[in-house]
Design a protein. Structure first.
Length: 232
């Protein structure tokens, strides 16, 4: 198995040095670059195609939100995942970063073991955030008084079947594949196939993105029960 290639983007040298010190000590992780702002992060990502970018949200010049959007929409960087870094978990910009394509977020004060686990999780193709945690984050943001960063409503594609919409609603409620299968009385393998098709149809990177899109489309709203009636 090849090493996990990581790019660190933060305007504080001490933060970058700390992450480098922690991650460089792992046999399966390589630091391929360090960026001091969003523009440099985008350029280094294009040059090195890292597996994971640790992206500070608030940086001078191009911030982490725009850099995340440019990286996650680059067709040459489909294998690159972004973890956004923040100082508190209900930062309104975290939601913007998730909407821009980030796979999750980490607090800057995270302990070394959690940092390493997060990098490995995202590099392995899994979402860093549990859908339920993503849901709580989004609800806290969109329920607040300041909705100036809210995106226009997204229209779900007509190609989504009734069953797929049902499953998307359950994903947004924080259910995993086994729980969805039990709820809808279908096999876990069938559930996994449905989720894969939903990801493809919505051009989403992971389940975290599905939760964001469910809220963006109005399929679910803050405080709404997200479990549809039992299916046949």
């Amino acid at each position: 198995m090849s090493d996990i290639r990581v790019l660190v983007a933060d305007d504080h040298a001490l933060v970058r040095a700390g992450f480098r010190s922690i991650l460089s000590g792992e046999a399966d992780i390589d630091i391929v670059g360090e960026a001091t702002d969003g523009q440099e992060a985008v350029a280094l990502a294009a040059a090195h195609a890292p597996d994971v970018v640790l992206m500070d949200i608030r940086m001078p010049g191009m911030d982490g939100l725009e850099a995340t959007r440019l990286i996650t929409t680059d067709p040459e960087l489909t294998g690159t995942k972004v973890i956004v870094l923040t100082t508190f978990d209900l930062d309104e910009y975290v939601f913007g970063a998730l909407r821009a394509g980030a796979s999750g977020f980490l607090l800057k004060g995270v302990d070394p073991t959690q940092l390493v686990d997060a990098v490995r999780t995202v590099a392995g193709g899994e979402a860093l955030l549990e859908p339920g945690a993503t849901r709580r984050l989004i609800e806290a943001y969109v329920s607040g008084e300041d909705n100036t960063h809210a995106a226009p409503a997204l229209v779900l594609p007509e190609s989504l079947t009734t069953r797929e919409v049902e499953i998307l609603t359950l994903v947004a409620g924080g259910l995993n594949n086994a729980e969805i299968a039990e709820r809808l009385v279908i096999s876990p393998l069938t559930t996994k196939s449905h989720v894969s098709r939903i990801l493809s149809k919505l051009n989403a990177r992971d389940r975290t993105q599905l939760v964001v899109l469910a809220y963006e489309s109005g399929l679910v709203t803050p405080g709404q029960a997200t479990e549809p009636p039992l299916g046949p």
